[in-house]
Design a protein around this ligand. Structure first.
Ligand code: NAD
Length: 232
């Protein structure tokens, strides 16, 4: 297995998914123990559910905040943050909503699917950081509920966030996909932008994914072990 080294590149883009945070104890999306094998998203993670019963949706998200808040960034997050510190052109585009990149010291993280630690007024769209557990008060001064600033099922991605991700992907010389199954769209299409623009591409995952064949280097193992190997 040939392992590209961070030292040979400058504009490194990390495209990360739930597998990166698995070693921190946060369940991935798919598979055994995955959040959506236990809960039906139609009851807890879509605007329709929130419109029907905002308190039920908040109870669920408070539980997730409580669980994720107890988890710490792992070596994978830390290595990514160190690379970003040492390379001016390195960036992070994540599908994760857990905030662990930022807690490990990464900056300017592009959060494609929003954040568990931000809330948005369901009426006027005002956004603010909020790390309270349970989130309180649940209503904005205007009388409407705050909702988690997360891209739920059936929501669209924020156009400005998507544009930033496009720009960074088009400019990178090394694309490192870490712990993503590559099946959640439109996020799963983004790595192709880097590939089309000539970036060297690396996929880090425990297993093959439906998009593995697109990558020049397919590294199999845990995110932290393989990111460490690329740092040597
Ligand atoms: P996914 O669950 O669909 O896929 C996770 C991938 O990570 C799998 O391919 C798995 O083989 C791999 N993996 C698991 N453990 C790993 C490890 N230790 N090292 C390397 N790879 C490992 O996740 P996804 O592709 O990110 O899509 C899930 C969606 O759900 C995203 O939209 C995301 O927003 C959301 N989600 C986020 C979190 C989080 O914020 N931590 C957690 C669960 C789901």
């Amino acid at each position: 297995m040939s392992v590209p080294r961070f030292a040979d590149f400058e504009r490194i883009l990390f495209f990360t998914g739930a597998g990166l945070s698995a070693e921190s104890g946060i369940p991935t999306y798919r598979g055994k123990g995955g959040v959506w094998s236990e809960y039906d998203y139609e009851d807890y993670a879509c605007q329709r559910a929130f419109d029907r019963d905002p308190d039920k949706v908040w109870d669920f998200h408070d539980k997730r905040r409580g669980a994720v808040g107890k988890c710490e960034p792992n070596d994978g997050h830390r290595i990514i943050a160190e690379v970003q510190k040492s390379k001016k052109g390195a960036s992070v585009v994540t599908q994760n909503i857990d905030g662990l990149h930022q807690r490990s010291g990464a900056t300017d993280v592009v959060e494609l699917h929003g954040s568990l630690w931000r809330v948005r007024c369901d009426r006027d769209g005002l956004v603010r950081d909020d790390a309270s557990v349970p989130m309180s008060p649940r209503k904005h001064d205007c009388g409407a509920y705050w909702r988690p600033d997360i891209v739920w099922f059936e929501d669209s991605l924020d156009e400005r966030v998507l544009e930033r991700a496009h720009r960074l992907l088009a400019a990178c010389d090394l694309l490192v996909s870490v712990g993503t199954s590559g099946v959640v769209y439109p996020a799963a299409d983004l790595p192709r932008i880097a590939m089309r623009n000539g970036a060297v591409s690396v996929e880090i995952n425990l297993d093959d994914t439906p998009v593995s064949a697109l990558y020049q280097h397919q590294l199999r193992g845990t995110a932290s072990d393989l990111l460490r190997a690329m740092s040597l």
